[in-house]
Design a protein around this ligand. Structure first.
Ligand code: FES
Length: 448
């Protein structure tokens, strides 16, 4: 079934379940926002709710991450602030950006009375000034109590929730996206993998697992966690939690890597395989790790032509066993030095080690390694660092933290550096069993 929504007054078709950002990209609407300082155009970048590039006003609600919202019939989507204007004179700032010293910020004008009076209103508009929606009644928080909270619904989180529930624990599982399963296939390739399928099926069917998705844990106080579940807040009380929040893909540094059409490789993966928004696209992947090869394999199967993998690692680096089509060139010891195309990306100029080559493409995917998505440990504890531990490391007894009872946070999967799907599943299972063992031994009952 297809749906139609409006984007700044223009009709945009979308297929059922497709994200707003995916539908806009498929419809050729590349620029969604602009950078507040130089007004540089910004388009979909992470497709996973982790950047400010796709913030739009959706049905009157400002600053909505459009890559995380499914398109619906009759939806009204608008750009915000000066991005909305057909002619934005401040775009000229990008042309004179070189005149500003490195580190210059507009707040410098605050020190200049006259300049500040002239600039204050304009700065608001540059920073996506938007209309505040009418006041509304905030519904009271829903309260849930569980034996274990699992944050993250990728393979490790699913395994932890399933094994704890199988052992008789009441579990609350919080997933960032409505679709459970995480981004492991984007990281490791192999869309058809059935690793973790049992856990997924069990979690969906089990009465002992309460799934909150799409939802985000936004705060933690001792054994209470606040979950933003979109239309309501949920307060979850659990004496222990498993952190399975995964990892963020990093960008690769090259000139123009912030332009619309240059995305993270995982974003390309999601847009091509889930949103079906890249039909007919030609991609170049820039990488300094192995995951781009698996991604290329999946993209090719989804109908995207992967023209080249530009691997910044030295020549002779052994590539993983991904089945790349013969049309995909692998250029090791190479780097992107320029992006061609005025309104759209049309080519990547690659230095292959002395010689420069222009490779035609419509999108560029970056895979610059991984950064653990472990922010929750800072908001969930007052002591930060010492409370999260991989299953391979010893768990610090919460009593050692001082200051009364603390939740036990147990990290599993990519958040503790385990990027292999089978290993992440094993860690998740072990964490669930560990939780069940602690509960059976009465470790938490005394503190609950
Ligand atoms: S949050 Fe939507 S593209 Fe990054």
């Amino acid at each position: 079934m297809s749906v139609t929504f409006s984007f700044d007054g223009r009709k945009v078709p979308a297929s059922e379940g497709q994200s707003v950002a995916g539908a806009l990209l498929a419809g050729g609407h590349d620029v969604l926002t602009r950078s507040p300082k130089y007004r540089r155009p910004r388009g979909v970048y992470c497709a996973h709710g982790h950047c400010p590039n796709c913030l739009l006003r959706v049905d009157g609600v400002p600053h909505v991450r459009s890559c995380m919202v499914a398109a619906a019939d009759g939806m009204r989507v608008q750009t915000e602030g000066a991005t909305r204007r057909r002619f934005d004179p401040y775009r000229a700032l990008n042309l004179v950006g070189k005149l500003f010293p490195v580190g210059f910020q507009y707040r410098w004008f605050k020190r200049q009375n006259l300049a500040w009076r002239l600039w204050e209103g304009r700065l608001r508009s540059l920073a996506a000034d938007t209309e505040v929606p009418a006041p509304f009644e905030v519904p009271p928080a829903r309260r849930l109590s569980a034996d274990l909270l699992v944050v993250g619904a990728g393979p490790a989180g699913l395994a932890a929730a399933a094994s704890a529930a199988r052992a008789g624990l009441k579990v609350v599982l919080v997933g960032r996206r409505a679709r459970l399963g995480g981004s492991a296939s984007a990281v490791l390739g192999d869309q058809g993998s059935t690793v973790g399928a049992d856990e997924l099926e069990f979690v969906r069917a089990s009465a002992d697992v309460t799934v909150l998705a799409p939802a985000t844990v936004v705060a933690g106080f001792d054994d209470r966690y606040v979950v933003d579940a979109g239309d309501a807040a949920v307060e979850v009380t659990a004496p222990a939690s498993v952190l399975a929040t995964g990892a963020y893909q990093r960008a690769v540094a090259f000139p123009g890597n912030d332009r619309p059409g240059v995305l993270l490789a995982t974003a390309l993966h999601r847009l091509a395989l889930e949103d079906r928004a890249l039909a007919g696209a030609a991609a170049v992947l820039v990488t300094d790790d192995d995951s781009a090869y698996h991604c290329a394999d999946d993209l090719a199967r989804a109908g995207v032509t992967v023209r080249a993998i530009v691997d910044t690692r030295p020549r002779g680096t052994r590539r993983p066993d991904a089945e790349l089509p013969p049309s995909t060139e692998v250029l090791t010891g190479s780097r992107v030095v320029r992006i061609r195309g005025r309104r759209r990306v049309t080519a990547a100029v690659v230095d292959t080690g002395g010689a420069w080559r222009s490779i035609g493409c419509t999108v560029i995917g970056m895979s610059g390694g991984w950064q653990r998505a472990d922010e929750l440990r800072y908001v969930a504890t007052s002591t930060g660092d010492d409370v999260v531990h991989g299953s391979r490391a010893a768990r610090i007894d919460p009593g050692q933290q001082g200051g009364g009872p603390m939740p036990v946070l147990h990290g599993v999967g990519a958040v503790v550096g385990t990027m292999d799907r089978a290993a992440a599943l094993a860690e998740g299972r072990a964490a669930g069993e560990w939780a069940a063992g602690e509960w059976a031994a009465g470790e938490w009952a005394a503190r609950a």
